[in-house]
Design a protein. Structure first.
Length: 265
């Protein structure tokens, strides 16, 4: 038997199976907010949403899934009024565990692990065209640990270590052609420390020290043929300090001091 009951406040309307009662079993409840109604239709335990059920909020958001003691908990699907969807594991009202987020068109935004509604663990982020943007480890919602960044075309851009959404540690950067561009150390998404830079042909261009993505310290520059051209000290990507310059055939052309990319001779 199905009954309709209005509360004394005339704010809530209940429909439930009177064979089980509102406290236990299955039933539906409407919550009135001004002129709009929210509703829950599903299983109950001791007057709380518990088990499987669907909640529809007055703003158009919908959750369909498992509940525990009145909270979203277990496997579920949350759909925003905008059409975005998150489908996965919930814990204490929040997405927690494995989950997938989709845009209104059904294309994936993120697939992977979550912790307290933040991307945390292993996961993959996508561009709007459906191609991967990032694939790797997350911490507190940001890429952190080991991961790969891709061009929008789907070609690998960076493969290495991350810290708080920045390239930080050891990593490799690639041209969009797929050829290795740089292999070395990074700090805050800038070349920082020791590293090798390559021509798009794949031939080594520079091998040495970096600071703020500029040649800074000791390093060697090579001709496009691969022969050594400079072996010197650098500052702001200019030859500065002691150094040597070689002809293409390997013969020494100059050895001495440099300042702002010019030899003192």
């Amino acid at each position: 038997m199905i009954e309709i009951i209005k509360s004394a406040r005339l704010a809530d309307v209940y429909r439930f199976d009177s064979n089980h009662g509102l406290n236990n079993g299955t039933g539906k409840i409407w919550y009135e907010y001004t002129s709009h109604l929210s509703s829950y239709d599903g299983e109950w335990l001791y007057g709380m949403r518990h088990g499987k059920g669907e909640m529809v909020w007055q703003n158009g958001d919908v959750y369909n899934g498992e509940w525990l003691n009145g909270k979203k908990h277990g496997l579920g699907k949350y759909t925003w009024k905008s059409g975005e969807v998150i489908d996965g594991q919930f814990q204490n009202e929040r997405i927690h565990g494995n989950g997938k987020k989709f845009n209104a068109q059904g294309d994936p935004i993120y697939v992977g692990e979550w912790q307290n509604e933040k991307r945390h663990g292993n996961g993959k982020k996508f561009y709007s065209n459906g191609k991967p943007s990032y694939d790797g480890q997350y911490q507190n919602g940001q890429p952190h640990g080991k991961g790969k960044k891709f061009y929008e075309s789907g070609i690998l851009m960076y493969d290495g270590e991350w810290e708080n959404e920045k390239w930080h540690g050891k990593g490799k950067m690639f041209y969009e052609s797929g050829i290795l561009m740089y292999d070395g150390e990074w700090g805050n998404s800038k070349r920082e420390g020791k590293g090798k830079e390559f021509y798009e042909s794949g031939i080594l261009q520079y091998d040495g020290e970096w600071g703020n993505s500029k040649r800074d310290g000791k390093g060697k520059e090579f001709y496009a043929s691969g022969n050594l051209q400079y072996d010197c000290e650098w500052k702001n990507s200019m030859k500065h300090g002691q150094g040597k310059k070689f002809y293409l055939n390997g013969t020494l052309e100059y050895e001495g001091e440099w300042e702002n990319d010019k030899s003192k001779q």
